[in-house]
Design a protein around this ligand. Structure first.
Ligand code: UD1
Ligand code: UDP
Length: 355
């Protein structure tokens, strides 16, 4: 069987690392990796291939830093060329980025079967580019690998899986596979760490593209930083915008984006996670850290329902109150929400069944 894996953004390298590791156990599967080039800085791309020992991409399309339409359109065109040449049995796409929808569309128009890993997530906020990407990808995929019960329910409510056009499988979350596998390989970052700290990341368009929201988040951070240091590995998108908006950030420990193994070290050693990242909300849970989500909604509702996470939006006062509430929280993490690290195995077994 030949599988083409399509990845392009940081979280996709991490998800695909788990699945590729499983593919490598099967001598009857050949994997070809297309990197769209969406993320391209050394510490947003290459470092993950090195640290997680992902095979070097067979193709790098080098498409990035464009508007949504231009980026997605050019990706479709170039992915189509590769698929026509490689003729795979399956294309695997991950998550909800522009690389995801481009890969799924290019494949389906060539009648190539598509497996979507991390299917069924919904924020019900159609202003999010990710929501559009995931709704459309789910609609045309043949195999939908859902990380959670809620994701399965979301797809069923949209009628996906009816009429045998597609099959929904609850696989569990491949990010937990990665967290389990790489946990022991955690690496101390090469900057000075305070004894106690909050780990934060901010990059989501709805925060970074809105000066009022971003200012309000950073104003809460400045106040919190008087009480406990905040380490912020800064996404390039946010870095550009902080500069443009001339935001006050001097009390924060701002560092370049770190590799996955350093991130695990920071997760293991922090007191609290404050983020608008999708993946980091779950990783806080995997490493038993409370989380404050700086968004108006989350796709990972089970974390909120079980008290591991609070969704707080961008209001400065509410962010500060949520930090106070969560910093000393120590809920019982003994609950299996994401499959316990076996998702990739299940995914590959399902794909092989279809051979
Ligand atoms: C993308 C995804 C988002 C995901 C995030 C993960 C879409 C629509 N968005 O958002 O769902 O959560 O990746 O991190 O696909 N840049 C660099 N160097 C890089 C990468 C990006 O300078 O290595 C710059 C780009 O030039 C651009 C900006 O960051 O100006 C945003 O990059 P882009 O890939 O468009 O979106 P992300 O915000 O990274
Ligand atoms: N991550 C990382 N280094 C960083 C910031 C994040 O390795 O400096 C990892 C993080 O641990 C998680 C993934 O990147 O595994 C999340 O990606 P991101 O927040 O960029 O995207 P999202 O999950 O929101 O789509």
């Amino acid at each position: 069987m030949k599988i083409v894996t399509i990845i392009g953004a940081r979280p996709q390298f991490i998800k695909a690392a788990a699945v590729s590791r499983e593919i490598a156990k099967h001598s009857n599967i050949k994997e070809i990796i297309i990197h769209t080039g969406q993320h391209f800085d050394e510490n947003m791309s290459e470092i993950f291939f090195e640290q997680m020992q992902i095979l070097k991409p067979d193709y790098n399309l080098e498409i990035n830093s464009l508007t949504h339409g231009a980026m997605t359109g050019r990706m479709i065109e170039k992915i189509e060329e590769v698929l026509l040449k490689e003729k795979p049995n399956w294309v695997i796409v991950y998550g909800d980025t522009n690389s995801t929808i481009a890969g799924a569309l290019a494949a389906k128009k060539l009648h190539i079967k598509v497996a979507h890993v991390e299917a069924g997530l919904r924020s019900f906020n159609r202003k999010m580019p990710e929501e559009i990407n995931r709704i459309l990808t789910d609609k045309i995929s043949d195999l939908l690998f859902c990380p959670t019960d809620q994701a399965v329910k979301n797809l069923q409510e949209e009628g996906i899986g009816k009429h045998s056009l597609a099959r929904i499988v609850k696989s569990g979350d491949v990010m937990q596979d990665a967290a389990v596998f790489y946990s022991n390989l955690a690496q101390k970052p090469n900057f000075k760490l305070p004894e106690k700290f909050i780990l934060s990341t901010i990059h989501r368009a709805e925060n970074t593209d809105d000066p009022v929201r971003l200012r309000s988040i950073f104003s809460a951070f400045q106040k919190i930083a008087d009480e406990i240091p905040i380490i912020l590995p800064l996404h390039p998108r946010t870095k550009k915008i902080i500069k443009n908006f001339e935001l006050k950030v001097e009390d924060l420990i701002i560092v370049e984006p770190v590799g996955y193994l350093e991130m695990i070290y920071l997760l293991k050693n922090c007191s609290l996670v404050m983020t608008d990242s999708g993946g980091l909300q779950k990783e806080a849970f995997f490493f038993h850290k409370p989380c404050v989500t700086l968004r108006d909604e989350t796709e990972w509702v089970e974390l909120v329902e079980n008290g591991f996470n609070v969704v707080v939006g961008s209001n400065s006062g509410e962010i500060y109150a949520a930090y106070k509430k969560m910093i000393n929280k120590n809920p019982n993490y003994n609950i299996n929400l994401y499959g316990g690290g076996k998702a990739s195995n299940k995914i590959i077994r399902e794909l092989l069944k279809k051979l």
